[in-house]
Design a protein around this ligand. Structure first.
Ligand code: AHR
Length: 506
């Protein structure tokens, strides 16, 4: 099998945006407690944050981190998480049927973000709360001083305002599982009024309205239309959330999950632009794909209450083991392909967050008080975040097709290419979705001269169900692809079945 990818530096989609490589920390399961935070760990700092996890987050190349939820935020009182830890209340967390001890709150998280070098993306509660509480939180975070909440921040030890730029106006308000779930009209009005008031406090913030929590939601499309019709002038981005998993062992469809992400983004952009036209607006709304990943949700389907708590008894544990998915090589190929889709849409996707960062559907796993290790999905994320630079180029892919149950005919190869004019580096990111056949990749480098292979790595394994564990996280890693070469203006490489490849040319 043979596939051709053609690129030309004149055909640019848009810049590679650092915010494409965002992640997500929710008070859910062990993401915070025993994930990023574990005072008993030998590497813990004065706040109790694990140094080994900070190092891994840096290596992952994460740029923004969404916080504190997720479904959790929709009944969260942010004031519970400030001031002396010993005085903080314990609360029921309805979203995950857990107890929230509030050992970590706003100031601790923001100190962790500064230490880790990531930009916080803060979510406000528009489930059980509204405009006033969002204003209070923004005042605490961004106002220099001289007012109740800004002085409270200073009294709590943080003199300078945090000046958080990126704010989510609630979470998945279209989902019937969401505490305080709303109709599109109810939410659109609330989002518009919250945004309008928040901008009076700080006109420099960027605001994300909730879009749909899945393309399969019954209200998908209509939801975006109504919400943006209400809030177009007040918001900058609309969110999209998508999780993928192999349904009934259909790996061929699963490997083509990026086809769904492409359609999702195209549909949201089309809807936003239709609202723009109808409302005679000038600006364009961007997409914040602020939850995406592989998640073995089961067979409930996207419109089910798969994300609702399963426990209904009197047990409300602190930091239970929830959603601790173990990822294999095929999952990593899908994650690499989803990043290809996000980059390909860099003209309209201005932010994205892989959900989530540690332990909960995550690239990083930890043992309480013990080891931390990388899951397979860590690698394509880290390499793409590190090496995608400059501009994303438009690519023409000519590849054989395969027929999938879920998406019909899809190309066996998907690819994107970045070009950094400053360094001259061209990077090809490509996947082979075939379950059993290698593919000869041929990249026609039009308008480029003198390129050579700087680095070529491929993630694959004869057994694509291999997963990392605490004891063996390294026997399958992206390895040098010795087949890579450049000659006569063409880069070539063999892509093994079920594989993700990065070719750096310079
Ligand atoms: O990321 C896990 C959950 O998935 C989030 O809390 C929610 O927003 C989504 O349904």
């Amino acid at each position: 099998l043979h596939a051709t990818v053609t690129v030309d530096p004149a055909f640019v989609v848009g810049p590679v945006r650092p915010r494409t490589f965002g992640s997500f920390v929710e008070h859910l399961g062990r993401c915070v407690y025993t994930g990023i935070h574990d005072p008993a760990h030998p590497t813990a700092d004065a706040d109790g944050f694990r140094g080994d996890v900070v190092d891994l987050v840096r290596e992952l190349g994460v740029t923004t981190v969404r916080y504190p939820g997720g479904n959790f935020v929709s009944a969260y009182r942010w004031e519970d998480g400030i001031g002396p830890v010993a005085d903080r209340p314990r609360r029921l967390d309805l979203a995950w049927h857990s107890t929230e001890p509030n050992w970590v709150g706003l100031d601790e998280f923001l100190r962790w973000a500064e230490k880790t070098g990531v930009e916080p993306m803060m979510a406000v509660n528009l489930g059980t709360r509204g405009v006033q509480e969002a204003l209070d939180l923004l005042e605490y975070c961004n106002v220099p001083g001289g007012t109740h909440f800004s002085d409270l921040r200073r009294a709590n030890g943080r003199e300078e305002p945090y000046r958080i730029k990126l704010w989510c106006l609630g979470n998945e308000m279209d989902g019937p599982w969401q505490t305080g779930h709303k109709t599109a009209h109810e939410y659109g009005r609330l989002a518009a009024e919250t945004a309008r008031a928040m901008r009076q406090v700080d006109p420099t913030i960027e605001l994300v309205a909730c879009g749909s929590s899945g393309r399969g939601m019954a209200t998908f499309g209509a939801w975006e239309n109504t919400v943006l019709t209400e809030a177009y002038d007040q918001v900058d981005l609309v969110s999209a959330h998508a999780y993928y998993w192999p349904v009934d062992g259909d790996t061929a469809s699963f490997l083509a999950s990026a086809v769904d992400m492409d359609r999702f983004i195209d549909d949201v952009v089309a809807t936003a632009d239709a609202v723009r036209a109808a409302g005679k607006h000038d600006k364009r709304i961007a997409v914040s794909f602020d939850e995406w990943n592989v998640w073995y949700m089961g067979t409930g389907g996207e419109d089910s209450e798969a994300t609702a708590p399963k426990a209904v008894d009197d047990e409300w544990p602190v930091a239970p083991r929830l959603l601790e998915d173990v990822y294999d090589v095929a999952d990593a190929v899908v994650v690499g392909n989803l990043l290809i889709s996000l980059l390909r849409h860099t003209d309209r996707v201005h932010a994205a967050s892989q959900a989530q960062l540690v332990n909960v559907i995550a690239p990083i796993m930890t043992e309480p008080g013990g080891r931390a290790w990388k899951q397979t999905i860590f690698h394509p994320f880290a390499l793409t975040a590190r090496h995608a630079a400059g501009s994303v180029l438009r690519v023409a892919v000519d590849a054989p097709a395969t027929t999938t149950t879920k998406y019909g005919d899809v190309p066996l190869v998907d690819a994107t290419v970045t070009h950094d004019a400053a360094t001259g580096e061209v990077v090809v990111f490509a996947v082979n979705r075939s379950l059993d056949e290698p593919l000869a990749l041929d990249v026609a480098l039009r308008g480029f001269a003198g390129l050579r292979v700087v680095e070529a790595v491929t993630l694959s394994n004869p057994d694509h169900t291999w997963s990392a564990t605490a004891d063996d996280a390294t026997s399958v890693l992206p390895r040098t692809n010795d087949s890579a070469a450049v000659a006569d203006g063409r880069a070539t490489a063999t892509l093994p079945p079920v594989s993700w490849t990065m070719l750096r040319l310079g």
